[in-house]
Design a protein around this ligand. Structure first.
Ligand code: ZN
Length: 82
């Protein structure tokens, strides 16, 4: 599946890259390295495939329910701005 036009700038120039995706759900996180993403070469908008996002969501809940093990845990410090 490939997007044909950028929703933001109308460009048709895309590049497939691998990037880190941070899934967040009610203050819980799953960091997903190596996530495939289409990047608009003109404005930099990133498009994730719906199937990819669905799989990430599935894994998040599988890990939370302890059906699957994460590759590793990372500590993420956080500090609210306000
Ligand atoms: Zn664009």
């Amino acid at each position: 599946m490939k997007a044909t036009k950028c929703n933001y700038c109308g460009s048709e120039r895309y590049e497939t890259r691998r990037s880190e995706y941070l899934y967040t759900h009610r203050g819980e996180y799953l960091l997903v390295p190596n996530t495939p993403v289409e990047v608009c070469l003109d404005c930099g908008t990133m498009y994730y495939d719906a199937a990819v996002l669905k799989e990430i969501e599935r894994r998040f809940f599988a890990i939370r329910e302890k059906i699957e093990q994460p590759d590793r845990y990372v500590q993420m410090p956080q500090k609210a701005y306000a």
